[in-house]
Design a protein around this ligand. Structure first.
Ligand code: NAD
Length: 496
């Protein structure tokens, strides 16, 4: 096994108002890496007092600071410098991320590159942003002014933490909102690089604040804080429900990016070689800990049996191992608790009568660490838990269908609606099915490649609201309309 990355900090602190600080009460929690499951650092455990301090710093930056008023070009320059800072540290970010999350290092490198691109993209968008105007004939004219909404609370999960943190930070900062970021408690490491990146780029103190801590404590305090009008959350659906309820008394603006159980529908006329590559990559990349994973493969009966055979053979050859080894395709699952949960689903699949055709166990050469071989279940029926519930690990279900109508019915037979993948050479059918499948994002004959301008988000239990491009900027700003007459104003003369 490779050594921990050089420069690994022994403690991680909050970053509030431009200063690294411990928790007000001195509390910490331990964080471990998923290969040894041994603690490597003590992390400041934020509580309500720390959230109060961070929100106060952000509120001052909002009311007194230059950031919300800064011309877009100047704001964009700082966002681009943040991207430079990320790029300059890309290898280190990937190494820390791999160490902390267990993601294969080659995939973590891609995430670091995406993180920089998030800032460049929203820098570009900030300077091209315009405000609408409406003319009502010759009588009246209305124009929109867009204002930063205020302090934004950003709560992020442990899968691809750095990329998802920047995915929220970049648009919030581009819109002029100071932020309080609460990273996931299992993976706080890569976020610890953000303070120096932000400071070096020239972001004014108090605009970026970081509070570590347990979700039910630090995250809940951020959601309950009356000084935070926007909460952008990515995580489990059940957590999203808790957050929505907690935010309701304050009528906060919420963006909810939640769980998924996305179908990959393969018709018999598809390019089966490409469909196979895409189905495997779609569910086994990022250790299967991916919200948009195509975790239910639905295959037309005529190709079902050979496809199951090929899926099982390929899955059996997927290289599971040390995440820092560039040859590794599946690393270690993030935490022993999550590992146990995923293994519980493997057991449930067997108990409920699904046919295990690949994986299902720890690979024999890996005696410690949260490792699971790429796992394929065939003959999965919609009543089984592994068909219905998000597993968030390297486990895929395969289910046959007889015709298009059944394919759509199976695809939609889930509480979730995040992504869908459709493979067929019949383009009319591809579009028909894409429109019928209940998913926020559908890819036809392709895998999950994002265009940052497009709306990202789910329907049903997969979320509420859209992020990406102008959708993100809409979320972090308030649009206000100003009306002005173009001619004499005729007002009904009450009491005249
Ligand atoms: P999680 O819901 O357990 O935690 C996410 C974040 O919420 C963490 O920072 C956690 O500390 C915090 N949190 C927990 N309880 C809270 C509370 N009561 N109040 C405020 N904050 C609280 O999710 P996870 O296990 O870290 O992440 C995996 C989940 O995220 C999966 O369901 C996955 O599908 C989803 N996800 C969705 C997307 C998307 O864009 N739709 C992307 C990535 C991950």
């Amino acid at each position: 096994m490779t050594a921990p990355p050089p420069g690994l900090p022994a403690k991680l602190e909050h970053f509030i108002g431009g200063t690294h600080v411990a928790s007000a009460d001195g509390a910490t929690f331990e964080v471990a890496d998923p290969v040894t499951n041994q603690p490597y650092a003590a992390v400041a455990a934020g509580g309500p007092q720390d959230i109060d301090r961070a929100v106060a710093a952000a509120a001052t930056a909002f009311t007194d600071g230059p950031w919300p008023q800064l011309p877009a070009r100047q704001r964009a320059q700082i966002l681009n410098k943040i991207a430079d800072g990320i790029e300059a540290r890309a290898a280190k970010i990937a190494d820390l991320e791999t160490f902390d999350t267990g993601l294969p290092v080659t995939q973590a490198r891609g995430q670091a590159a995406r993180a920089a691109e998030n800032f460049r993209f929203f820098a570009d968008l900030a300077v091209t942003l315009h405000e609408d105007a409406f003319r009502s004939g010759t009588a009246q004219f209305g124009y929109v002014i867009r204002k930063p909404a205020g302090v934004a609370g950003l709560i992020t999960p442990w899968n691809t933490p750095f990329m998802l943190e920047t995915w929220k930070l970049a648009p919030a900062l581009a819109a002029g909102c100071p932020v309080v970021l609460k990273p996931a408690e299992w993976t706080p490491l890569s976020a610890s690089l953000l303070p120096e990146i932000m400071t070096e780029a020239g972001l004014p103190d108090g605009v970026f604040n970081l509070v570590h801590g347990i979700g039910e404590v630090a995250g809940a305090a951020l959601v309950a804080h009356p000084g935070v009008p926007r909460i952008s959350f990515t995580g489990e659906t059940s957590t999203g429900q808790t957050i929505m309820a907690a935010a309701a008394p304050h009528l906060k603006g919420l963006s909810m990016e939640l769980g998924g159980k996305s179908p990959c529908v393969i018709f018999a006329d598809a390019d089966l070689d490409q469909a196979l590559d895409s189905a495997l990559f779609g569910v086994f990349s990022l250790n299967g800990e991916r919200c948009t994973a195509g975790s239910r493969i639905l295959a037309e009966r005529a190709v079902y049996a050979p496809l199951v055979t090929r899926l099982a053979a390929r899955a059996g050859r997927i290289r599971v191992g040390d995440p820092s080894d560039p040859g590794t395709e599946i690393g270690a699952l993030v935490h022993p608790e999550h590992y146990a949960r995923v293994l519980g689903y493997v057991q449930a699949g067997q108990d409920e009568g699904a046919r295990l055709v690949a994986g299902g166990t720890r690979p024999s050469h890996l005696t410690a660490g949260n490792y699971l071989a790429a796992t394929v279940f065939a003959d999965v029926t919609p009543s089984m838990r592994i068909f219905r519930e998000e597993i968030f690990g390297p486990v895929v279900c395969v289910t046959p269908f007889d015709d298009e109508a059944e394919a759509v019915a199976l695809a939609n037979d889930t509480a979730y609606g995040l992504a869908a993948y459709i493979w067929t050479r019949d383009l009319a059918r591809a579009h028909r099915v894409a429109h019928a499948v209940e998913a926020g994002m559908t890819w036809i004959n392709s895998h999950n490649v994002r265009d940052l301008r497009t709306p990202f988000g789910g329907v049903k239990a997969s979320g509420l609201g859209r992020e990406g491009g102008p959708h993100s900027l809409d979320f972090y700003t308030e649009s206000r309309i100003v009306h002005v007459p173009l001619a004499d104003t005729h007002v009904p003369r009450f009491g005249a």
